[in-house]
Design a protein around this ligand. Structure first.
Ligand SMILES: Cc1cc2nc3c(=O)[nH]c(=O)nc-3n(C[C@H](O)[C@H](O)[C@H](O)COP(=O)(O)OP(=O)(O)OC[C@H]3O[C@@H](n4cnc5c(N)ncnc54)[C@H](O)[C@@H]3O)c2cc1C
Length: 328
């Protein structure tokens, strides 16, 4: 087997939001480092971060608090989340949104008084989802990619990592073996540190919303290298996606959560609203609750001719739908 070789200080697998942020932070900590980002797709174009429509939750506006965001997260997770990790998430969200706007160059939607606009999202007791219309991920990824392109960061695009290679002693990772997806050639990159930012993988499901380059192979590599994985049963199901028939890849396209947040109703095949019977928060319950309720309704046979359910905005009227769409 012919294997080309190269080396770097920090090798980051994955070029979504996590990978690009990690590269920028590593270089900020030490500008002399040799940082390499490798991913299955093109930098800025692949992965799920680009697909984020809704936005991200941050307790930044008056009336809200980090404690309240934390409790929404813990209660939404039925007290299962690791509380220290949840606290890190909600408290550093403030730093991240400021960094994204002031250092990375993102610009999120604002209220007339200049504060950040927070939209309603499932499981949140405060409208705290910061966004750029419904193209939040594109804004974040475009600006992050520009920052990466502007720096001395090596890129290995369309390179699939296939194995973490250990040192001869077997007690550390020496580097990563890749397949160049354009040529089929192998490449071994030696690295002092390897960071896995390859995300999860939904492709075992017939219908799924995430990017097709996410196949769980990053996690599998980690497992083969003897690393512990945690909370593997916590697969998240996005409740609403388009059912447009088996002939089109449009089927599975996400119908974003903001539709339910803005007042959209879920209707069964008889066009009856069913969510209030399952949860007091109705369509604004968390994704797991809504997914289970929808699945129960479908198993009862209360489906549309396509075998799904309806997500209706009709009752809001064209004026409100148009106004909310334009103001985001
Ligand atoms: C349709 C959709 C909507 C969403 N909306 C929201 C939202 O509104 N709010 C929110 O907070 N979250 C949302 N999410 C979740 C969010 O997108 C993810 O949690 C987040 O983007 C994950 O970032 P990441 O950097 O870890 O992974 P990703 O952005 O998915 O990047 C993974 C990277 O790893 C690379 N990779 C994978 N395997 C390999 C390999 N073997 N070798 C090399 N590279 C590899 C991929 O090519 C890609 O570059 C949404 C997800 C989807 C799919």
């Amino acid at each position: 087997m012919n294997v080309a070789n190269s080396k770097t200080d920090i090798l980051i697998l994955g070029s979504g939001g996590a990978g690009l942020f990690a590269a920028l932070h590593a270089l900020k900590a030490n500008p002399d480092l040799d940082v390499t980002i490798a991913s299955k797709g093109l930098l800025g174009k692949c992965g799920c971060t680009r697909m984020v429509q809704g936005g991200f939750n941050v307790a930044i506006n008056p009336g809200d608090s980090i404690e309240r965001h934390f409790m929404d997260t813990i209660e939404g997770g039925k007290w299962l989340p690791h509380q220290e990790l949840a606290w890190t998430l909600v408290s550093t969200a403030l730093e991240r949104v400021r960094e994204l706007e002031n250092e990375i160059g993102c610009f999120f939607d604002r209220n007339p008084d200049g504060t950040l606009h927070g939209k309603a999202f499932a499981g949140q007791s405060f409208d705290r989802t910061v966004h750029k219309g419904d193209l939040t991920g594109i804004e974040i990824m475009n600006r992050l990619a520009e920052q990466v392109w502007a720096r001395r960061i090596q890129r290995l695009e369309e390179h699939r990592a296939v194995e973490l290679i250990k040192t001869p002693g077997g007690d550390a990772i020496a580097g990563v073996l890749f397949i160049d997806m354009r040529t089929g050639d192998y490449l071994f990159v030696r690295a002092k540190a390897v960071l896995l930012a390859t995300g999860g993988g939904p492709t075992m499901y017939r219908y799924h919303t995430p990017s097709g380059d996410k196949t769980c192979d990053g996690l599998a590599m980690a497992l083969r290298a003897g690393l512990a994985l945690r909370d593997m049963e916590m697969v998240q199901f996005h409740p609403t996606g388009l059912l447009a028939g088996a002939h089109t890849r449009m089927t599975g396209t996400v119908l974003e959560e903001g539709l339910r947040g803005a007042g959209g109703h879920l209707l069964n095949g008889r066009r009856e609203r069913f969510m209030p019977a399952y949860d007091a928060k109705a369509e604004r319950a968390t994704r797991d609750v809504v997914s289970r309720a929808m699945f129960t309704e479908m198993r009862k046979g209360n489906t549309t001719p396509h075998g799904g359910l309806y997500l209706s905005m009709n009752h809001l009227g064209p004026e409100r739908v148009r106004r909310q769409r334009l103001s985001r």
